[in-house]
Design a protein around this ligand. Structure first.
Ligand SMILES: [Zn+2]
Length: 76
């Protein structure tokens, strides 16, 4: 089973507004020289339910796209 890996990523977080764990959307909030800060928004009420910092070391693994902006917003 590969379900354990998905639980490591914050695909759903508890939302106080909705009163239950809700699927969240990751949004790039802030870009710093050594890290990026992501905001997690509840897909039910669009409230912010959490944040995550990605340090430069992790960014190296995530360097897939050529730029910080998503070139194809219709992907999802
Ligand atoms: Zn919510």
């Amino acid at each position: 089973m590969s379900g354990q890996f998905e639980s490591l990523r914050a695909s759903s977080l508890y939302c106080r507004r909705c009163g239950q764990a809700m699927p969240v959307r990751e949004r790039l909030l802030l870009v710093l020289p050594d890290k990026e800060i992501y905001d997690y928004l509840c897909t039910g009420c669009a409230d912010s339910v959490g944040q995550r910092e990605v340090t430069a070391g992790e960014l190296l693994h995530r360097r897939v796209a050529p730029g910080p902006r998503n070139p194809s917003p219709h992907l999802r």
